[in-house]
Design a protein around this ligand. Sequence first.
Ligand code: KG4
Ligand code: ZN
Length: 351
Amino acid sequence: MKILAVDTSCDETSASVCEEDRVLSNVISSQIDLHSKWRGVVPIIAKRAHQERIDYVIEKSLKKAGIYVKEIDVFSVTVGPGLAIALEVGIKKIKRLALENKKPLVAVNHMEGHIYSNFIRNRNGKYYNNLKKIKFPVLCLLISGGHTEIVLMEDHGKYKLIGETLDDAVGEAFDKIARPLMLGYPGGPIIEELAKSGKPVYKLPIPMQRRNDYNFSYSGLKTACVVKIQELRKELDENFPKIVPDFCASFQKTICESLIYKIKKVLKNYPTEQILIGGGVIRNNYIRKFIKSEMKKNEIEVIIPNKKFCTDNAAMIGVCAFYKAKKKDYVKDINKVDRLPDLKIDEKINF
Ligand code: KG4
Ligand code: ZN
């Protein structure tokens, strides 16, 4: 089964060709250069860039895979969650291709795609992250620029939302903290790099410790950081190269502590042998190591995607589509497929 997958949910235009769960090509055209001067994603700029790039990205992914569009058996696309006007570019294109070629279409949830970034194999059938065996039910931690959630995955395609952020997502917190420090966009990778030469000397509040639920919140931490940065303003002007790395290290450590605190709390009620992580933030080496070492103490295996599949890509959408296509979970009426910007992980897609 050959699958063509497209993701235009945010600021990367991506297309991938998969042979079942094996990736033959994964082309990503990033728009970071277009959005960085605004220090965040501007939806209308994202939409126009997707429109300009989508044909080229699809053609390139087919060419790299050595496949003609006529040979594609299943077309798939992210329908949500994401930026509505960005999503619609990929959806429109894939609908047309599926109809022209008279082939089925699989509609994919972007966050489910992040889970499936752990199930991607290379051309030779080897898992990119050396996955051995998945033992359901498995707890999933999804940490991206738009979402932060803990999900219980009971089987392929079967999810229960356990907790989510009440305001900002973890990636968003990284990006927002980068602004008062004048570090550029996206903040995540820049903060990780600076933190390498810093020490976590600043005490920042670990959010949501006093609450009994499994939700997250990062807007309070963001405010505490902004206040701290203002306090440090004079020293920052004088000793920027010393203070900023220390601040980044402190922030990163606080984020890790907040994630681990919630994971441990959830594990008490939902004990699982493994935890699976997905989303752009898990590209971060410090966070990868931190979570792994904390979970080792609890004898819990941590499953993490290969770094190249953490941030948005269409390969994870294609592999997710493969698992759905195996069950013939196709869209019933292709003409009705539409964007679902607020789609939840446990919500059924009814087209
Ligand atoms: O999953 P993703 O590509 O897009 C969404 O679905 O939102 O995640 C993007 C987010 C951004 O907020 C970015 O700052 C963050 O992932 N990110 C990182 C790192 N690389 C990307 N955060 C922390 N450390 C990183 N190395
Ligand atoms: Zn994403």
